[in-house]
Design a protein around this ligand. Structure first.
Ligand code: ATP
Ligand code: MG
Length: 412
């Protein structure tokens, strides 16, 4: 992609109506554009990152044996009344259609998925069943000042599993937990498993929290063992011993990037979903739900992977494999050739072919934060200079060495 044609421009100044670091940086670097509070367009650079996150999640969900589906975002009032959530979910966007009919925009999809799976998994032979979707959710969040971290329209991956027994649910729950850790690690995030209020049927749900000052959640964590609880439920005070290992606990801020729940029969009861066991008897179906926010992950990475100059994307999420910078106009032929050859070798490049000063282009490249910069300028002669945005390596390389470098970073 030629940068001269890219639909976005970098901004030197912070946008006036943003307070969160992720929104400021992602807007300045040309990844997103705000339509209104909590609602963003994804520009070409931003969509590439979001799609990479979704793809990692998709791979991990498929590996779990879950099947991808897509449910509607526009839903009728009746299903929400049935579950009790029409009045209970205060952030539900409600709208009126013709004939005075009431609708809601999907804030979560238990009300759609439960009667859906009921149609196709009625026998013990059909269970367990697990389906997921990656879709935009709508919530009328009262506070939408945190950029991608708290959207009113935001991307969610929601997985639902259905089981004949509690043991089976527990087994899947543990596997899903591991899949979630895989997702966050692959996205370059260190997530901590945190106990949170589980609603009516199980003692705890589990949240995946990324510890950072910019988080909205307050978490009590033990530094010695893996104990961690959300303060929304726990009443532990700082300085008291950890209930698990006896050491002191600490209060920290964190971003919730994922959440898994055992719903048990909460929704299967409401939608009268039972299965027929081997003896022909009707039995309750047990259910679990598992959410991850791809757009919130993108916001969290932007909050954490950055320095004073701009964004620093982890290799797995970088919008392009490399950012090719032409800093000396007399070397345009060399840069054009490198661009063509690397594309032919299978790599995605953003090529800064603009007629701007070297300093301007370098500043932009640091702000945009593509993992590897390839610089064609005076310094390297016939070779190119390469530089990892996270400062882990830099040097000079000829074409074959550049290909090796990219191969090592992205193919293995
Ligand atoms: P929170 O406690 O932050 O309001 P939640 O517990 O209501 O979130 P879930 O309903 O469990 O969230 O949603 C699953 C995942 O979707 C969350 O873990 C988070 O990653 C993401 N998510 C939830 N709400 C938002 C939002 N308003 N904007 C962006 N991502 C969100
Ligand atoms: Mg939560």
């Amino acid at each position: 992609m030629l940068q001269s044609k890219l639909l976005s421009k970098t901004l030197r100044e912070s946008p006036k109506d943003e307070v969160s670091q992720n929104a400021i940086l992602l807007t300045r670097a040309g990844y997103v554009d705000k339509l209104m509070a909590g609602v963003y367009s994804y520009l070409p650079l931003g969509l590439r990152v979001l799609n990479k996150i979704k793809q990692i999640i998709r791979q991990e969900m498929n590996a779990l044996g879950a099947q991808e589906i897509l449910m509607p975002a526009l839903t009728p009032k009746e299903i929400w009344v049935k579950s009790g959530n029409w009045s209970k979910i205060d952030v539900l966007f409600k709208l009126k259609g013709s004939g005075d009919k009431d609708y809601a925009l999907g804030a979560t999809h238990e009300e759609v998925v439960t009667p859906l799976v009921k149609k196709f998994a009625a026998s013990y032979r059909d269970l367990p069943a697990a389906v997921y979707q990656i879709q935009d959710k709508f919530r009328d969040e009262p506070r939408a000042k945190s950029g991608l971290l708290r959207g009113r329209e935001f991307s969610m991956k929601d997985l639902y599993s259905f089981h004949a027994s509690e043991t089976d649910l527990e087994e899947f729950y543990q596997k899903a937990m591991q899949a979630y850790f895989n997702v966050f690690t692959r996205c370059g995030l260190k997530a901590r498993l945190v106990e949170a209020s589980g609603g009516t049927f199980s003692k705890y749900s589990h949240e995946f929290q990324v510890l950072t000052e910019s988080g909205e959640d307050n978490i009590v964590v033990c530094n010695q063992c893996d104990f961690a609880q959300n303060t929304e439920i726990c009443s532990l005070k700082v300085g008291v011993p950890c209930p698990k290992c006896g050491q002191g606990v600490q209060l920290v801020k964190a971003i919730e990037v994922g959440n898994i729940f055992k719903l048990m029969t909460k929704f299967t009861k409401a939608f009268d979903y039972q299965y027929v066991d081997e003896g022909g008897k009707r039995q309750p179906v047990l259910m679990g739900c598992y959410g991850i926010g791809p757009s919130r992950i993108m916001g969290a990475v932007a909050e954490i992977c950055q320095d004073a100059k701009g964004l620093i994307w982890p290799a797995a999420l970088t919008p392009f494999h490399a950012h090719l910078l032409l800093l000396d106009a007399s070397k345009k032929k060399q840069a054009d050739q490198l661009y063509q050859d690397l594309i032919a070798a299978g790599y995605d490049l953003l090529y800064d072919d603009r007629l701007e000063s070297a300093g301007f282009k370098l500043k932009d490249a640091d702000l945009i934060g593509i993992n590897i910069q390839l610089i064609v300028g005076e310094k390297a002669g016939d070779q190119v200079e390469y530089r990892f945005r996270n400062d882990s390596a830099k040097g000079k390389a000829d074409f074959n060495q550049v290909v090796k470098l990219l191969e090592k970073e992205y193919v293995q």
